[in-house]
Design a protein around this ligand. Sequence first.
Ligand SMILES: Cc1cc2nc3c(=O)[nH]c(=O)nc-3n(C[C@H](O)[C@H](O)[C@H](O)COP(=O)(O)O)c2cc1C
Length: 214
Amino acid sequence: MNDLSNYRKSYEKSELLESNIPEDPINLFNRWFHETEDFGGSEEVNAMTVSTIGLDGFPKARVVLLKKFTEEGFIFYTNYNSEKGQAIANNPRVCLSFFWHSMERQVIIKGTIQKIEESQSDNYFQSRPDGSKLGAIVSNQSEVVPSRAYLEENLSQLEKDYENMVIPRPKHWGGYLVVPVEVEFWQGRPNRLHDRIRYKAQEDYSWKIERLSP
Ligand SMILES: Cc1cc2nc3c(=O)[nH]c(=O)nc-3n(C[C@H](O)[C@H](O)[C@H](O)COP(=O)(O)O)c2cc1C
C-alpha cells in the first residue's frame, strides 16, 4: 500500500500580489523564470509540460524544453510528425505548464500554436551538436521501433554518410510557437491560501488580470 496522505508541505517562500505585478504576463514570466534560474539550484528551469488533445480524443502531456520566449510567445522544437505534431495539426489549442518546485510556483499557459518560419528552425537546428542533429534524423518520433539496436545501427550508418558534411534539417523537424491567450501564475502560500493570478488576452491586445480562489 502507498498511502501518501501524510505528505504535506507548507508553502512559505514568496507571494504574488496585484500591487507588484506587471500589466503583461510575459514580463511576469520573465521575472519568475530568472528568479528560478538564480535561486532554484539545479532545476531544469526551461523544462515544461506540453498538453495536447490527441486524435483519439484523450489529452496527453509530455515534457519538452522551452528554447525561446518573447512578447510573441513560447518556442519549442520537436518532430512535426510525432504524436504531438499530429495532435497539433488536428487541434492547435495547447497548454504549457511549468512547475518550479524550488520556488513553490506553477505557471499554466493556454494558447494557440503554429509552426515557426523554416529559416528560424534551420538556424536553431544548425546550432545543435552533430549528435543531436543526427538523432533528429534517425528518430521517427513516436513510431514503434523493433529494438534499440535498430536505432543505434541507423545512427552509425548516418554518422558515416554525413562524415565531414553539413547535416541538413529534416523538413519534419522544427519549432512551434505558442501564442498565449491565458496565463495563470500560482504561488504557494501558507494554509493553502495560495496566490493565483490569471491574465486573459483581450480583443484590444490588453490583458485582463483577475485573482482566482486557491
Ligand atoms: C527533460 C525532457 C526534455 C525533453 N525535451 C524535448 C524536446 O525539446 N523536444 C521533444 O520533441 N521531446 C522532448 N522530450 C521528450 C518528450 O517528452 C516526448 O517523449 C517526445 O517529444 C515524444 O512525445 P509524443 O510522442 O507525445 O509526440 C523531453 C523529455 C524530457 C524528460
